[in-house]
Design a protein around this ligand. Structure first.
Ligand code: ZN
Length: 437
């Protein structure tokens, strides 16, 4: 048993779910009744406070405003943000201290979890930690999940050593009524233990990386297992792919995906109708056009973290917007899709951008998982995990589909593997490109 996880459960409960948390959750739930223009006014008000404090307390912003000969009062509304430059990860790296408030005394440290480059050091205040929890709980209520419900979690926690070969691959955290399960032991050999444990535990909801719970669903599909029905499956941290969603919904229940990042500058949650909503009371998000049609950069401004306010921070993620409002009636704008990081794209020798490559997998039978690695501009290595029924014919179909996508300008090397290697955080990546764009 991992005692530090157990202790962490109680500490988190203490830190995050006190009076402030309940107060904020109430406020956030009320915000769902505001109109769009009232939400804009809410943002403007918080923005003015954020900018004022940033100027007074944060060395980077003091210098920036002085250099631009701007007074903090120049920023009154969301549109005024355009007076300031955007902020990239590289502007912060190694200068994190410059972005930290000199007045906030209790700062909680965190790190970004990117797969490339050194992680950024981040600071959060007590208010921000509670607001994050409240925003997550509002979303959990959308999925019908209640405070006393049990949940099982598959989100990259180190529950048991990576080389352990005997169950349990999980640990129960009583303070959170949570079964923490390892994302690192999801092999065909061990999955039956996971399924049995979940059938016994009967969680009301699952909380998982899409790839982790998809591995369970795919196994159940191949071995014709009965579903494990839950009220909701909350996914986060990775892009949810269509074929994953389909299998997860069939074997577990409705998926409520969520998009956020350690920098906490944008939060999009899926409602019960499957639409992503941009939480306007969490942060300000600007959608800046890219060279590609209909794709926008997600650029966010903190409204709720005095310890380290980030203004116009470029997340590196891309979105397609929707002009439709959602029949669920919530006032928050609808995001059509989140297209993943810019790194999830490949560029061909002739300069074509290729994204959403998972469709290739969807159209081929007898595959469990794939990963595409662009090694050179004209070479893609495709790792596949085949099922027992995978035939040469399937491989030929796969090759044909890949050639259709990549064209003849790219060489394709298909390689069978037992499992797709995960990142250090236990995440799955569908596409990796080693070509600098
Ligand atoms: Zn909705």
């Amino acid at each position: 048993m991992n005692k530090s996880l157990l202790f962490k459960g109680y500490a988190q409960r203490f830190l995050r779910q006190g009076r402030l948390f309940h107060h904020l959750l109430y406020e956030l739930e009320q915000n769902q009744k505001l109109s769009y223009s009232e939400l804009i006014e809410y943002q403007n008000q918080k923005l003015r406070q954020t900018v004022k404090r940033a100027y007074q307390e944060v060395p980077y912003y003091k210098q920036l405003f002085d250099r631009l000969k701007l007074k903090p009062e120049a920023i009154q509304t969301v549109e005024d943000l355009q007076l300031l430059p955007v902020l990239n990860k590289s502007d912060i790296r190694d200068k994190e201290q410059q972005f930290a408030s000199s007045r906030v005394r209790w700062k909680f440290k965190a790190f970004t979890s990117g797969t490339t480059g050194t992680p950024l050091r981040l600071y959060r205040d007590h208010f921000n930690i509670n607001l994050e929890q409240a925003t997550l709980w509002r979303k959990q209520h959308w999925g019908g999940f209640a405070f006393n419900d049990r949940r099982a979690t598959l989100q990259g926690h180190m529950v048991t050593p990576a080389d352990s070969t005997q169950p349990p691959f999980w640990q129960y955290i009583p303070a959170e009524k949570q079964l923490l399960m390892s994302s690192y032991h999801l092999s065909n050999k061990f999955i039956p233990y996971y399924l049995q444990k979940l059938r016994d535990f009967q969680p009301a909801a699952m909380e998982a990386y899409p790839s982790s719970i998809y591995r369970l669903a795919r196994y159940m599909q191949i071995h014709q297992e009965l579903p494990i029905s839950v009220k909701a499956v909350f996914t986060s941290s990775e892009m949810l792919l269509d074929h994953q969603r389909e299998a997860i919904e069939k074997y577990f229940g409705p998926v409520f995906a969520h998009y956020g990042q350690a920098e906490r500058v944008a939060h999009f949650s899926m409602c019960e109708l499957g639409n992503y909503h941009y939480a306007m009371d969490y942060s300000i998000v600007e959608f800046l056009p890219t060279e590609r049609d209909g794709l926008y950069q997600i650029v966010g401004t903190t409204l709720n973290n005095a310890a380290m306010p980030l203004i116009r921070y470029v997340t590196g993620d891309l979105a397609r917007l929707s002009t439709q409002s959602c029949p669920c009636g919530r006032p928050f704008p609808v995001i059509e899709t989140i297209e993943g990081r810019q790194d999830d794209y490949m560029v061909t020798p002739s300069g074509k951008w290729l994204g959403r490559l998972d469709v290739v997998l969807k159209r081929t039978s007898n595959l469990v998982e794939t990963q595409m690695i662009q090694e050179k501009l004209n070479l893609v290595r495709v790792l596949i995990v085949p099922t027992e029924n995978f035939t040469q014919k399937d491989e030929a179909i796969l090759r044909k589909k890949l050639e259709e996508r990549f064209g003849l300008e790219m060489q394709i090397a298909i390689q069978k593997v037992d499992a797709i290697p995960l990142t250090k955080q236990g995440k799955y990546q569908a596409v990796i490109s080693h070509v600098r764009m």
